[in-house]
Design a protein around this ligand. Structure first.
Ligand code: DGY
Length: 391
């Protein structure tokens, strides 16, 4: 886990306030360097009585060295914690979008045209057309474990290192999947609105009858790090845990998760709660669609806190509308932040705005991990979470 770093450059990031239009350089260091550079150049000319051209040639080496070590320009594409900018400031000239507006592909290409590195999020698409316009770019460090916004093959062909933030968000994301499981099973959104709207006039035996989570069967699609964290939490509810993945997990993982591997169709048929934890890619596009949902029990619920596009949202709306399944808890959507309009009309779905990893500590750690990757990428060429190793 990243710890909060000491503040760099007297704690100041010049011009990098909330307006985000500044050029946060470490002015003190830069002034000292400039002073050394100018006085060194004069001393060299006087000492060697040499013409301007020779002095300029000699100092061009120093200038190149200074550029290679001090003058790297980086762009932080979305708002981050101030400590993250403080951490970057001693290493780079940092331009930060603390206004947090989402840039269009054209704006992003323009701002990255003179940058050596960038910290990005799932809202910035890094692809061939953009990379073709950013010749200096050497590193793109995503503040997310998912990286379907980055075309890795294009990055490799342009010599751009791409990184993500695995590990730091597993538990927080698993906690949130459980938030959705419990809230959806017990219809918390409907019950809360009922109280808030002043409709609660008496206790009723058959009020907001929900689904028991304890002793139910939990079906996990994808037993990676997050899927495993979700499975481990199921022990407290004394659940049966079944899972499906493209590759069966090692026996030790299955034992730690108390999870049994089953074919995909069996999982959908047997589970009371299906929860999805696979990344989005061309291969997983609509991996959970009409055919899969139609296998589920009418009493079952579907939980999705992975990535938009894994579920066919139109098919899910139809299933929820027709009562083919009892409910859904969703944190991610196809084409988010726009969502399928059908979801908003349905009471049996809980909707949240892609916040599964959003605890204060975890989002801080994600941003700091991306910053650490950026510094390592541009100073050593060896970032810890490299997604596209050369060769
Ligand atoms: C991730 O890390 O991939 C999340 O979706 C962003 O919170």
């Amino acid at each position: 886990m990243s710890t909060r770093p000491p503040r760099g450059c007297d704690g100041a990031i010049d011009g990098c306030g909330p307006t985000g239009n500044g050029d946060p350089v470490c002015t003190k260091d830069r002034a000292i360097l400039f002073f050394i550079f100018c006085s060194g150049k004069s001393w060299y000319k006087v000492r060697h009585g040499c013409p301007e051209a020779r002095a300029a040639r000699f100092f061009s080496h120093i200038t190149r060295f200074e550029e290679s070590t001090m003058q790297k320009n980086v762009y932080v594409a979305r708002e981050v914690f101030a400590e993250v900018l403080d951490f970057l400031a001693p290493h780079f000239t940092v331009q930060a979008n603390q206004e947090d507006c989402v840039l269009s592909p054209e704006e992003l290409a323009r701002v990255l045209a003179d940058k050596d590195g960038a910290m990005t999020t799932l809202t910035e698409r890094i692809d061939e057309p953009l990379l073709g316009r950013c010749p200096r770019l050497k590193a793109v460090c995503n503040i997310a474990v998912g990286y379907n916004n980055i075309d890795l093959a294009a990055c490799s062909s342009h010599g751009v290192m791409a990184t993500n933030t695995p590990g730091v968000l597993d538990d927080t994301t698993a906690d949130f999947a459980w938030t959705l499981i419990l809230a959806t099973a017990r219809r918390l959104n409907e019950a809360e609105a009922y109280v808030r709207d002043g409709r609660w006039d008496k206790w009723k035996l058959k009020q907001f009858l929900g689904l028991d989570v304890h002793h139910a069967t939990l079906g996990i699609i994808g037993l990676g790090r997050i899927g495993q964290a979700v499975a481990r939490r199921a022990a407290g509810f004394e659940m049966e845990v079944i899972y499906h993945d493209v590759q069966r997990a090692a026996p030790a993982v299955e034992a730690a998760c108390r999870a049994a591997y089953v074919p995909k169709e069996e999982l959908y048929r047997r589970a009371d709660i299906v929860t999805i934890h696979i990344p989005y890619s061309r291969e997983t596009h609509h991996a959970v669609g009409g055919p899969e949902i139609s296998l589920m029990k009418r009493s079952a619920i579907l939980i999705h806190a992975a990535r938009g596009g894994v579920v066919d949202d139109a098919a899910l709306v139809e299933a929820l509308r027709s009562g083919a399944i009892a409910g859904a808890g969703l944190d991610v959507f196809e084409g988010e932040p726009a969502i399928h309009p059908g979801f908003k009309e349905l009471a049996n779905v809980i909707l949240s705005p892609h916040i599964a990893s959003s605890s204060e500590r975890t989002r801080f750690n994600m941003a700091m991990k991306a910053a650490e990757n950026l510094v390592a990428a541009l100073t050593t060429g060896n970032p810890p979470n490299l997604l596209n190793p050369a060769g």
